[in-house]
Design a protein around this ligand. Structure first.
Ligand SMILES: Nc1ncnc2c1ncn2[C@@H]1O[C@H](COP(=O)(O)OP(=O)(O)OP(=O)(O)O)[C@@H](O)[C@H]1O
Ligand SMILES: [Mg+2]
Length: 231
């Protein structure tokens, strides 16, 4: 039996409509997208075009209103809340505003997803330190988020997103709140993870220059993909 290479993401005519009271808001109007293992894709588009909506669906944080979305071959529309939560353990998500736990230091923040997936304490600690070393923050592991710069917090968030060895990493404006030098450091790290560890990357941005660091650019406009091209 031959094993086919399953795409990490496959969206077929995906629509998402939010209800604002009684008014429907069509955030996605039929998106088709296929992301292969090892791809580095930028999703580029203006504010309100549907980028975060699409990323949240790919991250199994929400389900499409219609259409089919397969993550690693699994149709998420068919999963219950419990099954969705289990799937999310294997997806690395980096949010725009870091979302670190303020009272935990960097190492404990990185360990958190591993305790959810029942990895033993010694192993958790070892891996958290390794991950913080990967993102260049080993010497900051005892710092709490408020004791770190914006770029350092973002790198802790990336280390945390990698904790459970995700097949792919989703980043929503990962450099939206840091200066341009830090942005290029964070981007260098993302590229390194893609090249050296073959982590598939989907990165939302509205910065054209950043988007070009990916291998592929998917442009979103008004809830639809308006272009899909090699960078
Ligand atoms: N929970 C919600 N309820 C109602 N409408 C929503 C909701 N979330 C998003 N929308 C609407 O859906 C559309 C797409 O929003 P989305 O957040 O995906 O845009 P975006 O491309 O990520 O924008 P930005 O670059 O500003 O982050 C917008 O018109 C927005 O107002
Ligand atoms: Mg957004």
């Amino acid at each position: 039996m031959s094993v086919q290479n399953v795409p990490v993401v496959e969206a077929l005519n995906v629509k998402k409509t939010y209800m604002l009271g009684k008014v429907p808001v069509e955030a996605l109007r039929g998106v088709n997208l296929r992301v292969e293992q090892g791809d580095f894709v930028s999703i580029l588009g203006p504010s309100g075009s549907g980028k975060s909506t699409l990323l949240n669906l790919i991250g199994a944080l929400d389900k499409p209103t219609s259409g089919t979305l397969r993550i690693d071959g699994v149709d998420i529309g068919k999963l219950n809340d419990n099954q969705l939560a289990n799937l999310r353990i294997h997806i690395g998500f980096v949010f725009q505003f870091f979302n670190l736990i303020p009272r935990l230091n960097a190492r404990d923040n990185v360990e958190l997803p591993m305790s959810i997936s029942n990895i033993g304490k010694a192993e958790r600690k070892k891996r958290a330190i390794e991950l913080l070393e990967t993102v260049g923050l080993k010497e900051r592991m005892n710092h709490k988020p408020a004791e770190l710069s914006g770029g350092q917090q973002q790198r802790v968030a990336i280390a945390r997103a990698l904790a459970n060895n995700p097949k792919f990493l989703l980043l929503d404006e990962p450099t939206g709140n840091v200066d341009s030098k830090t942005a290029s450091d964070v981007l260098g790290l993302i590229q390194k993870l893609n090249k050296e560890q073959h982590v598939s990357i989907i990165m939302v941005t509205h910065d054209e220059k950043l988007a070009h660091q990916a291998n592929r650019i998917v442009k979103v406009f008004d809830g639809e993909i308006s272009a899909d091209m090699v960078s």
